[in-house]
Write a protein that binds this ligand. Structure first.
Ligand code: ADP
Length: 402
């Protein structure tokens, strides 16, 4: 059974074609710069397919429709041998960023489901419209093929009220639905389930802290398989220090900047989302560049690393308190999988709490699930590569086969 996974952004579409019989990736691609003078489509066909190589197309790509059409033409081109006909696709899985309080689970897309996704546009004004574009285009291109929406927020709908409410006037929740929603849910759920398999226990018997550190970063407390708290909030800005996003700040900073610097709401929003985090502290937002700069004696780069890893540790401590008993801590995503220094610094000093990293096991990039803790560690520490596309494809498969 072949499943196509689509992650549609405002000017890009990421896609992946998977053979679910063996969960192999047949092709993986990215359409970029949609609507610009020159668009680009890059697609990698995986080893074992007819053309194990990268195909690049550069031409104007007016809209999502054209972008997806180019992708489908490429996938069905006999030269590549991955898809005989587009009707061979059993389902299309879509990443949808915000499901609000409407979605606790993935859903097969119907007219009502589309309306509910639209209703949540105010909560994700940049993401949900782009996701909707992707769904519309796929519905046109694959008539009759089930389309499944998998929500970044759904896994976190189990968070209890005392953890999702902000201490604000209650009517802001009732009228504007202002609360913690959390994101990266597909990733946290995927790695938590992988971890349970690796530990040989049902996820319902485990308490896990999942630490997703990529460009965007978040941490989730998973109790008996369910998310009970997470660091991202109403929007993907709260919590941990990210590449360009601030994470937690004193909310009064907004008023301070408006009054003392005359900054507008939009300017403050842009600053917190695009010019803060690691980049704000040291001018660099890629952890590899930060390590190089530290090696060259750059003090600000060291500060950025220290601020991020201190915040990680602080939230690990908070979630240990939330969970009471912790079986495992998982590191995942670009930094979590690749950066031994960030992992080590994020748990340094937690030995009295039964968290002991094994320096040798941790001293490598994690290409496959790897136990990183020492044998005496009461809490196991795992590095587990995340795979949001596979997670979306599995969800789509289980819904269409149900
Ligand atoms: P996204 O949140 O966009 O999906 P990723 O999970 O791919 O991001 O993570 C991207 C980040 O991972 C990069 O910005 C970089 O900081 C970090 N990263 C990637 N490779 C390495 C590496 N080898 N060492 C340290 N950090 C890395």
């Amino acid at each position: 059974m072949k499943i196509l996974v689509i992650n549609s952004g405002s000017s890009s579409i990421k896609f992946q074609l998977l053979e679910m019989d063996n969960e192999a990736v047949l092709a993986s691609g990215l359409v970029e710069r949609i609507g610009e003078e020159e668009g680009q489509l890059k697609c990698t066909f995986m080893p074992g397919t007819a053309s194990e190589n990268v195909v690049k197309i550069a031409e104007p790509i007016a809209d999502h429709n054209k972008g997806m059409l180019l992708a489908v033409n490429l996938l069905t081109n006999p030269e590549h041998g991955v898809l005989a006909d587009k009707s061979d696709i059993a389902a299309v899985g879509h990443r949808v960023v915000h499901g609000g309080e409407d979605f606790h689970q993935p859903a097969v897309i119907t007219a009502e489901i589309m309306d509910a996704i639209k209703k949540n546009i105010p909560l994700a004004p940049l993401h949900n419209p782009a996701n909707i574009d992707g769904i519309r285009v796929a519905q046109e291109l694959f008539p009759g093929v089930p389309q499944v929406a998998v929500f970044d927020t759904a896994f976190h709908q189990s968070i209890p009220p005392h953890a999702y409410h902000y201490a604000l006037p209650y009517e802001l929740y009732e009228k504007d639905r202002i609360r913690r929603y959390g994101f990266h849910g597909t990733s946290h759920k995927f790695v938590a389930n992988e971890c349970a398999k690796l530990m040989g226990k049902p996820i319902e018997d485990l308490n896990i802290i999942s630490v997703h550190l990529g460009n965007g970063c978040s941490m989730t407390a998973v109790k008996n398989g369910k998310s009970v708290d997470t660091t991202l909030g109403l929007t993907p800005l709260e919590g941990l220090v990210m590449g360009t996003r601030s994470g937690d700040v004193d909310p009064a900073i907004h008023a301070f900047l408006a009054r003392n610097r005359g900054m507008s709401i939009d300017e403050i929003d842009t600053m917190l989302n695009k010019e803060s985090g690691l980049k704000g502290l040291c001018g660099l937002n890629d952890m590899r560049d930060i390590h190089d700069a530290i090696g060259a004696g750059n003090e600000r780069a060291k500060l950025a690393l220290d601020v991020q890893t201190y915040r990680n540790k602080k939230y690990i401590g908070a979630y240990m308190a939330v969970l009471g008993h912790v079986d495992a801590i998982i590191f995942t995503a670009g930094i979590g999988e690749n950066d031994e220094i960030v992992r080590a610094k994020s748990v340094e000093g937690l030995e009295p709490f039964g968290i002991v990293m094994d320096a040798q096991a941790n001293g490598q990039r994690v290409k496959k699930p790897t136990l990183l803790s020492a044998p005496e560690s009461r809490v196991q520490i795992w590095g587990i590569p995340t795979n949001e596309e596979l997670a979306i494809a599995r969800e789509a498969q289980s819904l269409v086969c149900a």
